[in-house]
Design a protein around this ligand. Structure first.
Ligand SMILES: [Zn+2]
Length: 262
């Protein structure tokens, strides 16, 4: 099972999932309200037409009934000023899975180089982690935290000077809060595709979550293409087993169902 957010046609993702013998596929289209447009006039718009998405999902669910289990998820952008809007949004649709992700920090996306200008990489990473913590403190109606350490994909030195240990004072409060609130940690294979040699978050964070008592792991791919779907699933599974996990969670109607690894 994999979740994916996709520009790709949903049906193409189903076909790719079937060819990989996946039994479950959770769509997680992006919804980022108030996404900053400042860096480029061609910046993408991430406001999701959820009604259309839902309608397409139901059509495909019907068509593929009996061949693959299709789940209806969303990857929701968290920002401190969006709390009320996000609470309302999540309650409007019968989602299976809500991934909470910090794509925008201080109203800027680290995807753009300007996020890092005029300060140290360390300060930029810490701002990312600290605002992620604030996001979850303010809004906890999410099932899993998407790609913690997303910022590292775009830092000037990426993960060459980055480690869990170096940032532990900023990372541990996030992991502890997730555990306290029963929120899962997503492990996302996109980091491999982006040349980090690690998933997001990195292995040491995944281990630390377990050490602190965290048990709920969801697996995601940020698949924007059919090739990326289930990319390195085996690699993630192996990493999770090495970290001592025995199960991964698939959310259905917003409740975790545990599937054995390996
Ligand atoms: Zn994301």
């Amino acid at each position: 099972m994999f979740s994916s957010d996709c520009d790709t046609d949903m049906e193409a993702l189903i076909k790719a999932a079937l060819s990989r013998s996946l039994t479950t596929l959770c769509f997680t289209e992006h919804m980022d309200r108030d996404y900053p447009q400042s860096d480029s006039s061609s910046a993408p718009e991430f406001f999701l037409d959820t009604d259309a998405y839902r309608a397409r999902y139901l059509e495909l669910k019907d068509k593929y009934e009996g061949t693959i289990e299709l789940l209806f998820g969303v990857e929701l952008g968290m920002q401190p000023h969006l709390v009320d809007w996000n609470i309302n949004y999540v309650n409007q649709y019968p989602f299976d899975l809500v991934i909470g992700s910090a794509h925008t920090i201080g109203r800027r996306d680290p995807y753009y180089a300007s996020f890092f200008e005029g300060r140290s990489e360390e300060d930029a990473y810490n701002e990312y982690f600290d605002e992620t913590l604030l996001d979850i403190q303010l809004f906890d109606d999410i099932d899993t935290l998407g790609h913690l350490d997303y910022v590292v994909r775009y830092g000037p030195n990426k993960n060459r000077e980055y480690s869990y240990d170096r940032y532990r004072e900023h990372l541990d409060p996030i992991l502890k809060l997730l555990i306290e609130k029963g929120i899962a940690l997503e492990i996302n294979s996109a980091g491999y595709r982006k040349g980090l040699g690690e998933p997001n978050p990195c292995k040491d964070i995944v281990m630390r979550y377990k050490e602190l008592g965290g048990e709920l792991i969801t697996i995601g791919s940020d698949a924007h293409s059919t090739e990326a779907l289930a990319y390195d699933f085996d690699r993630i599974e192996k990493l999770l087993l090495e970290c001592g996990y025995k199960y991964h969670a698939v959310f259905k109607q917003r409740r975790p169902v545990l599937y054995p690894l390996g």
